[in-house]
Structures are given as structure tokens and as C-alpha cells.
Design a protein around this ligand. Structure first.
Ligand code: 4NP
Length: 160
């Protein structure tokens, strides 16, 4: 069976991208499509390799009905061939990804909030240094963005 392979990218891989991965995985499972997708996340930095996601992010997601787990890892060259879509969370992540992208990469890079109809093209703000409001804001942004991303991929790959 062919799989659509999606990689979410942020700086630390403990707040935004593991949450995006968790919400997207939840949506894919809800639609009974888990076998058709490979889903992962990583960071552009090596700050939090091996770490579990930010506990504030996980607690907030749980309040919103999404349970997830992940271990931090850094973006690597093979990701550009092993994934079909790479989704950086903000402009800095986008620039870092493009800088590291090999000429013959097969992955397509798309900014996460290009899928957010409420604010197309903006950054997913980094909630790391903020309060609880920041985590809910990020959850809401990723909830909207991953829903549209999933709809677009299902259409494009004729999965529904
Ligand atoms: P993330 O947030 O990129 O959404 O995982 C951050 C987490 C940690 C740091 C920066 C951003 N940090 O500098 O440690």
C-alpha cells in the first residue's frame, strides 16, 4: 500500500511540531486512514534530542481530547527523501529547512499556516516562553491547519 509521508518541523521539536504530529495523527485515525500515512516530527536544532514533548503542550492537548507522545530528534538529510511533505511551523524553520535541502530532494516543503484559512501564511507562534493562552492558541491554529492539510492530501492522493 502506498503511504503519504508527512513530517512536521519546528525549532526544538518539543512544542509545536510534536503537537502538529499528534493532532494530525488523531485526525487520520479518526477517519480510519492510519495505514495510509507515515507521520513524524523533528526539530531544526539539536536542543532537545531524546526528550518528551513539553508537558504544558501535552496537558493542554489532553484538555482538548488529543493524547500524544514523541521523542525529540533533529532534521536529517534522509528526511528530504523519506517524506513526501515537510511542514515547517514558521519562517525561521522554513529558511533552515530550505538551507539544508539537497538539490535532488523529493520532498515538497510547505509552510504549516499556508493551510490556516484564518491567517494564511503566518507563523505558528512559539509558545515555549509564554503562558497557557499561548498553548491554546497554538492548539487552535494547528487544529485548523492540520484539518485543511489532511483534506488537501486526501484529495490529492485520492484517498477519499
Ligand atoms: P518548539 O519550541 O520549536 O515549538 O519545540 C521551542 C522549544 C524549545 C526551544 C525553542 C523553541 N529552546 O530554545 O529550547
Amino acid at each position: 500500500m502506498t503511504q503519504v509521508k508527512v513530517l512536521f518541523v519546528c525549532l526544538g521539536n518539543i512544542c509545536r511540531s510534536p503537537l502538529a504530529e499528534g493532532i494530525f495523527r488523531f485526525k487520520v485515525r479518526e477517519r480510519g486512514l492510519s495505514g495510509q500515512f507515515k507521520i513524524d516530527s523533528c526539530g531544526t536544532s539539536d536542543f532537545h534530542i531524546g526528550e518528551t514533548p513539553d508537558s504544558r503542550s501535552m496537558a493542554n492537548a489532553k484538555k482538548n481530547g488529543v493524547d500524544y507522545m514523541h521523542r525529540g530528534r533533529q532534521l536529517k538529510k534522509s528526511d528530504f527523501y523519506d517524506f513526501d511533505y515537510i511542514l515547517p511551523m514558521d519562517e525561521l524553520n522554513m529558511k533552515d529547512v530550505e538551507r539544508l535541502m539537497p538539490e535532488d530532494a523529493t520532498a515538497e516543503v510547505m509552510k504549516m499556516r499556508d493551510f490556516d484559512s484564518a491567517e494564511v501564511g503566518s507563523d505558528v507562534p512559539d509558545p515555549y516562553y509564554g503562558g497557557e493562552n499561548g498553548f491554546q492558541l497554538v492548539f487552535d491554529i494547528l487544529e485548523r491547519s492540520t484539518e485543511s492539510l489532511l483534506d488537501e492530501l486526501l484529495e490529492k492522493h485520492k484517498l477519499n
